[in-house]
Design a protein around this ligand. Structure first.
Ligand code: UGA
Ligand code: MN
Length: 306
C-alpha cells in the first residue's frame, strides 16, 4: 500500500514541478507591461487585474519661453500671424512679445488678445542713436524679455523646468525644432538655414561635441551662430543674472557670441538636430513691400488694419 502511494507520488512529482516552473515564468513576466512606456490611450483595459503598480509622476514638460522682438512696419501683422500659427501648435510655449516702441501699440495688443496662446506683451523703445544701419537690432527688447523672465521666476520655488529661445518675428520655424530644444540641459545648438551668405550655417560636431563652425561669414566669431541657432535652459538664465545683450562695443553679428560667452563655453554646448545635420529653422527675411501706389491721405471709406 505504501509503495503504491510512493510510486503515485513519484509519477506526479515531475508534473507538479513543471506546473510550478510555468507559473513562476508567467509571474515574472507579468510586471513587464507596467514598465513599458505609456501608450496613447490610458485606463480602460485590465480591469480584472490586481491594482495597477504605482507609476512615478511624470516630470512636467519644460515650458519653452520664446522672446520675440517686434517693431511696427507694413508686414508686422503678417509676420506675427505666421509666427502665432506656428507657436499655437507647440505645447507649453509661452510667448514673450516685446515691442520696440514707447508704448504698447493697439495693433499688437489686439493681436495678442486673439493669438490663442499664453503670451506676455512688453515694450521698450530702442534709443534713437541706436536705430542706425549697421548697429545690432533688438538689444533692449531681448533684455526686457530676459528681465521679465528672471523677475517672474525669482519668487517661484525650484525646480522650474524651462527653456528660453530668441525667436525673431521673420524667421521660419519647424515644429520639430521645439521638440529638439525642449530637452536643453544648459545651452543647446543646431544649424540655421539661409544665413551667413550660405544655404546654412552649422556647428561642426565630433563625438557628440561642438568642435567648430561651418560658416561663410566671420568664422572667427567665438560662437559663429545666428540668434535662431540656440536655446538656453531657464536654470542657466537664473544662475547668471547679469547675462544680457550689450550695446557697448557690440559689433554686428557679435551679439550671439557676446551673450553666449557670458553663460557657457563651446565645449559645453549640446548639439541638437541629429548632431547638427538637420536644418529646422530658416533665417528668412521678408521683402520690403511695395507701397508706391498707397495714397498720401486716407481715401477709403473704411479704416482697415493690415
Ligand atoms: C540678424 C539676426 O538674425 C538677428 O537676430 C539680429 O538681431 C540682427 O541680425 C541684428 O542685426 O541685430 P536680421 O534678419 O538682419 O537678423 O534682423 P531683423 O529680423 O530685421 O531684426 C531682428 C529682430 O529684431 C526681429 O524680430 C525684428 O522684428 C526686431 N527689430 C528689428 C526690432 O525690434 N526693432 C528694429 O528696429 C528692427
Ligand atoms: Mn530677420
Amino acid at each position: 500500500m505504501k509503495s503504491l502511494l510512493f510510486s503515485r507520488f513519484l509519477l506526479l512529482l515531475p508534473w507538479v514541478l513543471i506546473v510550478i516552473i510555468v507559473l513562476d515564468i508567467d509571474s515574472s513576466r507579468a510586471p513587464l507591461p507596467a514598465l513599458s512606456p505609456r501608450g496613447g490611450a490610458e485606463g480602460g483595459s485590465g480591469g480584472a487585474r490586481s491594482p495597477a503598480p504605482r507609476r512615478r509622476p511624470e516630470p512636467a514638460l519644460p515650458t519653452i519661453y520664446a522672446i520675440t522682438p517686434t517693431y511696427s512696419r507694413p508686414v508686422q501683422k503678417a509676420e506675427l500671424t505666421r509666427l502665432a500659427n506656428t507657436f499655437r501648435q507647440v505645447s507649453r510655449l509661452h510667448w514673450i512679445l516685446v515691442e520696440d516702441a514707447a508704448a504698447r501699440s493697439e495693433l499688437v495688443t489686439r493681436f495678442v488678445a486673439g493669438a490663442g496662446l499664453p503670451c506676455t506683451h512688453l515694450h521698450v523703445p530702442t534709443p534713437r542713436r541706436y536705430k542706425r544701419p549697421g548697429l545690432p537690432r533688438a538689444t533692449e527688447q531681448r533684455n526686457a524679455g530676459l528681465a521679465w523672465l528672471r523677475q517672474r521666476h525669482q519668487h517661484l520655488p525650484p525646480p522650474q523646468p524651462g527653456v528660453l529661445f530668441f525667436a525673431d518675428d521673420d524667421n521660419t520655424y519647424s515644429l520639430e525644432l521645439f521638440q529638439e530644444m525642449r530637452t536643453t540641459r544648459k545651452v543647446s545648438v543646431w544649424p540655421v538655414g539661409l544665413v551667413g551668405g550660405r544655404r546654412y550655417e552649422r556647428p561642426v560636431v565630433e563625438n557628440g561635441k561642438v568642435v567648430g563652425w561651418y560658416t561663410g561669414w566671420r568664422a572667427d566669431r567665438p560662437f559663429a551662430i545666428d540668434m535662431a541657432g540656440f536655446a538656453v535652459s531657464l536654470q542657466v538664465i537664473l544662475s547668471h543674472p547679469k547675462a544680457v545683450f550689450k550695446r557697448r562695443g557690440s559689433q554686428p553679428g557679435m551679439q550671439e557670441s557676446d551673450f553666449l560667452k557670458q553663460i557657457t563655453t563651446v565645449e559645453e554646448l549640446e548639439p541638437k538636430a541629429n548632431n547638427c545635420t538637420k536644418v529646422l529653422v530658416w533665417h528668412t527675411r521678408t521683402e520690403k513691400v511695395n507701397l508706391a501706389n498707397e495714397p498720401k491721405y486716407h481715401l477709403d471709406t473704411v479704416n482697415i488694419e493690415v
